[in-house]
Ligand binder design. Sequence first.
Ligand code: SAM
Length: 275
Amino acid sequence: MTGLVSFIGAGPGAADLLTLRAAQRIAEAHIVIWAASLVHEDVLQHVREGAEVVSSAGHSMEGITHLYERAAREHLRVARIHSGDPGLWGGTQEQHELCTRLGLQTEVIPGVSSFSAVAALVQRELTVPEVAQSVVLTRLEGGKTPMPPGETVRAFAAHGTTMALFLSAARTKQLQEELLAAGTYDEDTPCVVAYAATWPDELVFECRLGELASRVREQGLYRQTLVLVGPALSAGGTRSHLYHPGHFHEHRKVEDPAARAELRARRQAARTAAS
Ligand SMILES: C[S@@+](CC[C@H](N)C(=O)[O-])C[C@H]1O[C@@H](n2cnc3c(N)ncnc32)[C@H](O)[C@@H]1O
């Protein structure tokens, strides 16, 4: 028996967006470490009596290492709570490596990322058939964290698909310029901006890419803000092939032969357009 560290995704904020597994691990933990600046305190309602609750907000990783060391020595359970999904900008990899060095067992419990929470708030599919079939999750370059070569907003924007921009609201003017610079999006490309999505003071609005910076500045947003951009955010009228009556698969027969012929023709036209 050794200590166990669970890296837990707390979701975007609302406590009822926590998974059942996340709530269970929080309830079992002897030590709960949470990012008070990014995780809503409501998720702590699952903490059991007597557990030690530590905010990581004011500490570097070195500042909380002693908690992992104690967990290893005393075979304790630790719940390390991250905002959204821990696999996205959670800083979990370095902690995972530390825990492994200390001989602790680890696990990761996924959470609802802010980008999917924001799409849900505006009730928009990010992958609308024939409009956008990819989602780029990224951040604006030029901030404190260096970006790997080639990972620029401008390069990703050239694809013209849906993008979710994290950690970029403090420099929205630059963000807007870079999104437009590739020439694939234009000033009218729809955007969704969400501050503190699913928190009590959430603010969500839709705007055109050409007014993104001014609208964000007007609202004074610079942190805890996510931007979605891309034509899928206002598209409609197309149909998914999967639910089309002309589509078949191992669990469903073609319901309507005429629909089958129509779907085939659409697929052929799409192939011709792509070649
Ligand atoms: C350090 S990253 C963590 C991302 C997180 N792991 C996720 O999956 O959403 C913090 C950034 O995520 C976005 N974010 C996280 N929670 C949010 C929320 N409730 N509303 C809007 N944006 C949020 C913002 O872009 C924020 O700057």
